[in-house]
Write a protein that binds this ligand. Structure first.
Ligand SMILES: C[S@@+](CC[C@H](N)C(=O)[O-])C[C@H]1O[C@@H](n2cnc3c(N)ncnc32)[C@H](O)[C@@H]1O
Length: 233
């Protein structure tokens, strides 16, 4: 599939109004003046750093942004796809009200063992249910019996199933509910025609799909690896 860009840029959009370019120095400034990581999250990040997959971990500023969203929205029923060692799970869960519940899906038990340890330490076992298995399979009973009931959903798993996650999660969201999708700028590769691999093309496909979906409000934020926020109309 050919990359579907350059997309139409709204006429008259002045380049001077564009999102600021992020170099290392500015990024360090941003983190130093924004991120307030809890001790538990810092420990989790350090423990995860020993694995060569640690690059998969959510960046602290995105974790904190998700936590802020959760505090602003006070969702009661939350879903996450792609736990890894639990950085996003913990960021979200620590921000939830006491009556909120998070269901978190992950296919690898070895990552859940780490995540569950931190969830336990945070005293959040009663509020967070982790489910081990392929997400599309784990989602089935929710899609069948709990449609339009989730207030907040975070998608951060494999790209192969991304489009299907989007459709199913939209079905699970209540009207007015919010979905956040990570990696939607995909290391910047989405806008580079020399990348024609499967995952990059799927992320491009998702971005086009969401942009053209008039059943949702949308914003693609240039934070972390790109974070798309969707509100179901
Ligand atoms: C980018 S990482 C998630 C990072 C995590 N949100 C964090 O904050 O650290 C993606 C995770 O999705 C999991 N995953 C990949 N394919 C999956 C699938 N089909 N079902 C469930 N989990 C899957 C991977 O094992 C990996 O842990």
């Amino acid at each position: 599939m050919l990359p579907n860009f350059p997309a139409q840029v709204p006429e008259g959009l002045a380049p001077k109004n564009r999102t600021v370019e992020m170099n290392d120095t500015l990024y360090q400034y941003l983190v130093a003046h924004s991120v307030r990581e809890t001790d538990l999250l810092t420990r989790l990040r350090k423990e995860t750093a020993q694995y060569h997959m640690s690059r998969m971990q959510l960046s602290p500023e995105v974790g904190q942004f998700l936590a802020l969203l959760v505090k602003l929205m006070s969702p009661k029923k939350l879903l996450e796809i792609g736990v890894f060692t639990g950085y996003s799970t913990l960021s979200i869960a620590q921000a939830m009200n006491k009556d909120a519940k998070l269901i978190a899906l992950e296919k690898k038990q070895m990552w859940l063992d780490i995540a569950n340890r931190y969830i336990d330490e945070a005293g959040l076992c009663d509020q967070v249910q982790t489910i081990c298995g392929k997400a599309l399979e784990s989602l089935q009973p929710f899609v069948e019996f709990e449609s339009e009931s989730f207030d907040f959903i975070f998608i951060d798993a494999d790209k192969a199933n991304l489009i299907e996650y989007y459709h199913q999660c939209k079905q699970l969201l209540r009207k007015g509910g919010c979905m956040a999708i990570d990696n939607t700028l995909w290391w910047g590769n989405v806008a580079n025609t020399s990348f024609t691999d499967k995952d990059t093309n799927i992320v491009r496909q998702l971005n086009t799909l969401v942009h053209q979906d008039d059943t949702v409000d949308v914003s693609l934020l240039s934070i972390g690896d790109g974070l798309t926020l969707v509100r179901k109309k």
